[in-house]
Design a protein around this ligand. Sequence first.
Ligand SMILES: Cc1cc2nc3c(=O)[nH]c(=O)nc-3n(C[C@H](O)[C@H](O)[C@H](O)COP(=O)(O)OP(=O)(O)OC[C@H]3O[C@@H](n4cnc5c(N)ncnc54)[C@H](O)[C@@H]3O)c2cc1C
Length: 449
Amino acid sequence: MAAAPATEPRARRAHAPRPWRNWTRTEQVTPVRVERPASGDEVVAAIARARADGLPVKAIGSGHSFTGIAVAPGVQLDLTDLAGITRIDATTGLVTLAAGTKLHAASAMLHEHGLAFENLGDIDVQSISGALSTGTHGTGRAFGGLATQLRSVTLATADGRLLPVSPTENAELWPAARLGLGALGVLVDLTVQTVPTFVLAADEHPEPLDAVLDDWPTRSAQADHVEFYWFPHTRLALTRSNTRLPADASRQPVGRVKRWVDDDLLGNGLYEVLCRIGSIAPGTIPAFNRLASGVAFNRQVADYSHRVFASERKVRFREMEYSVPLDAVAPILRELDRVIEQNSWRISFPIEVRATAADDVWLSTAHGRESSYIAVHRYHREDAHDYFTAAEAILRAHDGRPHWGKLHTRAAADLRPAYPRFDDFLAVRDRLDPDRVFTNDYLDRVLGS
Ligand SMILES: Cc1cc2nc3c(=O)[nH]c(=O)nc-3n(C[C@H](O)[C@H](O)[C@H](O)COP(=O)(O)OP(=O)(O)OC[C@H]3O[C@@H](n4cnc5c(N)ncnc54)[C@H](O)[C@@H]3O)c2cc1C
């Protein structure tokens, strides 16, 4: 396909390339140039210029992927100026967001209109496009990942079109475009199905690990959004259950002092200090984990959903997360426990377990099966290699599928059997980006070059 001529925008927003790093500091690159388009036409023009110069082009979000998926060595598109709500229908709840909108900003704007995202992950600093492009998810057996909230997108393509894609327009592309890994084009806007504002009542407390493990398939369906954290070297699971309530339900936000103690001091400040001590003196980690399990998690909160779903993560870490069949959680965590203790590893960061509904998105980690998610973490100053290698072997053996934005070593040949529609996705990629304008090393690895 030939690159269509694109009109030069009146004021071309570009700035000198600076080194770019992802949040966790595993990836860095200095692009040949950075462009800052503020409209769909400017995105199309930037793609055309990149092609004319023989450079690959890639949009970035907030750089919160642990993998190299957002690395843009050619032209990096910074979508900071392509943000905000462009269309809103408070009756249907259909809202169109410009592609660079950050989730926290979207939540705040939606709230003003009496609307909210149906579900969110642990943080909300990502861009809506970045989060959707990697299959970001939260927890809740009745809820899918973010891609299931999507109703249509506009995609700037390699051949210079602004292509609407939805179940009714260019419908054959829809199951791929809902979660496209940034491999199909540049998203310009996205329409999501929102829901009326609601309150979430959160109950967080420690429970015996074995009881939670044995009970997980049942327990994960007992509240609307259930998850738990297990600190290795302890026998406690820190459970969190969020129940959805109407918008006018009484709220019990965390007080400012308690929020500071829980989130800033214990959750981030003291936690950073203890992780640092643990990285120098690993023998302190089991005692620290027992302290963290007992102290940091004992609270009831009720507030508007976006304030409860997401929290701040100031302590930097590395993460690998796999989706696995719902009932595989207990055997996997017991194997992880055994491997950690056999190797005398001292792991300060908890393992997080969540669950979501099945969906029909081609590259979704929950494609065709109700899924549990198991995430292993390591403090960023510690070497994650051996622990993550062992964890990945266990997770793979249980039919695991890796999160596209989190560390893993899988490549196209061994991802194909995990995704029944893998080749269909590749066919859409071949059609939309035959010259691999949007590729990078990570995409070459997981999709093939
Ligand atoms: C502390 C932390 C907590 C996290 N919590 C969760 C969680 O609870 N659940 C979960 O599932 N994940 C979680 N993640 C992972 C995170 O949600 C994903 O990696 C997400 O992609 C990051 O969004 P981003 O805006 O930073 O995107 P980036 O990492 O910048 O980019 C990700 C991909 O999106 C593409 N992209 C961005 N914009 C566009 C566009 N306009 N068009 C086409 N492609 C585009 C990029 O090219 C790249 O391929 C977490 C990550 C961190 C660091």
